[in-house]
Design a binder for this molecule. Structure first.
Ligand code: EPU
Length: 352
């Protein structure tokens, strides 16, 4: 087995989309499942805690990382199966998510176009069950391969085993007992396979896309939807390459119909959507906006002026926002929303 290359005191600013300055005491680049086994076989590294890093688009770093950072850089995109009912496409966990979506559209395997331009890597997509514009990853998921960091065993999970929920999966939950499948901190995803149903059908239910469709005639092509989603996102979300951010900072909360009726009685304009299970989803961005936070800052942490659900880095380079500033702003927002609406907002990114 080849020894894995380890960088010491590795700067992480380029590897987190907030652009927070922090270091990893040790960082190993993972280019294959064999590299994970090499880390686990290394006398020094084996005993240390591990932190799996994908595109760094969903983390807030509040200090240097003492765990060994496993930076997943496993590449590869290929069609693995084609039937009358679906294309099955496999992507390496280290591929950029948007590049993988673009590749499927370019090669004529549509179905992921509503998820264009989401920052991050393929491997992080199932962890988060990423979603946008009417589709969640779980709607296009076939299976994934991962390696267990405790045993070194490779394993494969199907959709049911991933226990997907709204921005949630088995990878976000620690094991509660010996028979519990919670995999937080325990697995490295190496490959993800997507099931892209045939015949392809456009998904245009989300209001922003329905509006585009109304302005155009006929059935749009996958490429058109891909372009629309890119335009919509560019118009209201900051480009992490220009303004550091981690996408939506809070999850959209859900409430019971009774709670919702109570809030509507006080706030008739509140943006809300009924869910299939009878509960009601509220737009967290609207709640934060209604509390007057849009465009405000605390230190170098700001609330994006076009979408109050996104917190941004108002600093640059060495003078960037700190994780502490981001969390101070996040807590101030949580307090305002709780005091006004009685709703506790839950952060989406992982705070480390
Ligand atoms: N709104 C406001 N003020 C704001 C922001 C939003 O009034 O400052 C209102 C909007 O007018 C709209 C509603 O809130 O009526 C919802 O806003 P939007 O369509 O922008 O979507 P969202 O619920 O804020 C979610 C996802 C996004 C995803 C979009 C599109 C979450 C936490 N966020 O945002 O995902 O791109 O829908 O599907 O579910 C992410 O997770 O990082 C992310 C960007």
């Amino acid at each position: 087995m080849t020894a894995v290359q380890v960088e010491h005191q590795a700067p992480l600013q380029r590897y987190n989309t907030f652009g927070i300055v922090a270091k990893a005491q040790r960082l190993a680049r993972i280019r294959s499942a064999a590299d994970i086994l090499a880390v686990l076989a290394d006398a020094e590294l084996a005993a240390l805690p591990k932190f799996v890093l994908g595109g760094g688009s969903n983390i807030v770093l509040t200090g240097d990382l003492r765990a060994v950072v496993l930076k997943v850089e496993i590449r590869g995109l290929r069609l693995v199966e084609e039937t009358d009912r679906a294309w099955i496409v496999e992507a390496g966990a280290g591929e950029r998510w948007h590049d993988a979506v673009q590749w499927t559209v370019d090669h004529g395997y549509p179905g992921l176009e509503n998820l264009a331009l989401i920052p991050g890597t393929v491997g992080a997509a199932p962890v988060q069950n990423i979603g946008a514009y009417g589709i969640e990853l779980q709607d296009r998921f076939e299976s994934l391969d991962a390696v267990d960091l405790q045993t070194g065993q490779p394993f494969t999970l199907n959709a049911a085993q991933c226990a997907f929920g709204y921005r949630d999966s088995v990878f976000k939950h620690p094991a509660a007992g010996p028979n519990d499948l919670g995999l937080a901190g325990r697995a490295v995803v190496t490959h993800v396979r997507f099931r892209l149903p045939r015949p392809w059908k456009p998904e245009l239910d989300y209001a922003d896309l329905a509006r585009r469709q109304a302005e155009n005639s006929g059935v749009p092509t996958p490429r058109q939807i891909f372009d629309w989603v890119c335009e919509i996102r560019r118009a209201k979300l900051p480009d992490p390459g220009v303004v550091g951010n981690a996408g939506s900072f809070f999850k959209n909360p859900t409430v019971s119909p009774e709670q919702c009726a109570d809030i509507i009685a006080r706030e008739p304009r509140i943006v809300h959507y009924p869910l299939p299970d009878g509960r009601i989803k509220l737009a967290a961005g609207w709640l934060i906006d209604a509390c007057g936070w849009k465009g405000k800052s605390v230190g170098k942490a700001g609330v994006y002026e076009k979408q109050a659900l996104v917190l941004v880095n108002r600093g640059q380079g060495a003078d960037s926002v700190t994780g502490g500033e981001v969390m101070t702003l996040a807590r101030a927002i949580q307090t305002s929303v709780y005091e006004r609406f009685g709703i506790r907002l839950e952060p989406e990114p992982v705070v480390v």
